[in-house]
Design a binder for this molecule. Structure first.
Ligand code: NAI
Length: 332
């Protein structure tokens, strides 16, 4: 099977090249560009394409891929909100993903954002480099004995619950299903979580119900001085409402690994360009906000797990026994 690998970065190539030797039936060709309607044509002659979080798997792109003979979509990530599953189903295309690769990797980044923004590490780093050893303006809050509110307690949320417990925090959570492994977590409704949490960390997928779950109304229910972290998907938060909340001093700090309108930026070096969208610049104008570029997944351990599972997914498709857990299908 020939796989066209879109949006290939050095770290992807390194991780996949280590594993591909073990799969004599598979061949990868790497492409730097991501999947867009104008890069579909390169997939001609490939049975599978491999994409990432910002690859465009909309209906029009899927139709063009299918027209080029592509049958299999390999997502080298957990989220699949960028795939039109109805279109994939109608076109008879199989979509396989990597549901859980090192959830601790993502949760550790969530806590990194929480701590770094809370303790102003981004400011302190620059100050000291400028020989400014004043600590005025760098006061943080101790998480010990505070309440962490975790939204979504699947694999990553559960890891975040354990980290917060390790910090000596009371851990409360909201999820549509309760995770039986988390006996130290108190499940509450969303309003209680918003009202009682000192740290709120989002770990649920983006779907119709969760879209803009953090908005003007939910922000107004939060404690003043809350720390908000999002490592899940940008559109869980209504950015305009978040910006308004930050301006009204609602948040002690905010850490975002994902944000709306990120797709043009993520993984691109745009340092010499004049950016036309103002979301990032506006967010970065606030001293209590840290933004990272969708890097929560990026550890050696996670890359190894992603490459192994993605290649296993491709092999299972050839063998005709795809793992149900790794397949995403349209719910009719
Ligand atoms: P998971 O499927 O194991 O857990 C998701 C949990 O969210 C489930 O328990 C589910 O019941 C719950 N949930 C679904 N809808 C909800 C709602 N409306 N309100 C509250 N809870 C809801 O997923 P996992 O592996 O923990 O990943 C979570 C998300 O993290 C992914 O959907 C993905 O968007 C994001 N992610 C981000 C990465 C990054 O690099 N920033 C890397 C990997 C995942």
């Amino acid at each position: 099977m020939k796989i066209l690998f879109y949006d290939a970065k050095e770290y992807d190539k390194e991780a996949f090249n280590k594993q591909i030797k073990n799969y004599s039936d598979l061949e990868i060709e790497y492409m730097e560009s991501d999947l867009r309607i104008n890069t579909v044509r390169y997939a001609k002659g490939f049975q599978a394409v491999c994409g990432f979080v910002n690859s465009d798997f909309s209906r029009i792109v899927l139709e063009a891929l299918r027209g080029n003979g592509v049958e299999l979509i390999l997502l080298r990530c957990a989220g699949f909100n960028n795939v039109d599953l109805k279109a994939a189903d109608e076109l008879g295309m199989t979509v396989l993903r990597v549901p859980g690769y090192s959830p601790e990797t993502v949760a550790e980044h969530a806590m990194t954002l929480a701590m770094a923004s809370n303790r102003h590490i981004h400011k302190a780093y620059i100050k000291v480099r400028e020989n400014n050893f004043s600590v005025v303006g760098l006061t943080g809050i101790s998480f010990y004995n505070k309440t962490a509110g975790i939204v979504g307690t699947g694999k990553i949320g559960a890891a975040m619950c354990r980290i917060c417990k390790g910090f000596g925090m009371r851990v409360i959570a909201y999820d549509i299903y309760q995770n039986p492994d988390l006996d130290f977590v108190e499940y509450v409704d969303m309003d209680t979580l918003l009202r009682e949490s000192d740290l709120i960390s989002l770990h649920c997928p983006l779907n119709d119900e969760s879209y803009h779950m953090i908005n003007k109304e939910s922000i107004s229910k939060m404690k003043d001085g809350v720390v908000l972290v999002n490592t899940s998907r940008g559109a869980l938060i209504d950015t305009e409402d978040l910006i308004k909340g930050i301006r009204e001093y609602k948040f002690h700090s905010v850490g975002l690994d994902v944000y709306e309108e990120e797709s043009e930026n993520v993984y691109e070096n745009r340092s010499t360009e004049i950016l036309q969208h103002s979301v990032v610049s506006r967010l970065l104008s606030f001293p209590n906000v840290i933004v990272t570029s969708h890097q929560a997944f990026l550890t050696y351990e996670a890359l190894e797990s992603i490459s192994t599972t993605t290649l296993e997914n491709a092999k299972s498709f050839i063998d005709g026994n795809v793992m149900e857990n790794n397949q995403v299908t349209y719910n009719k």
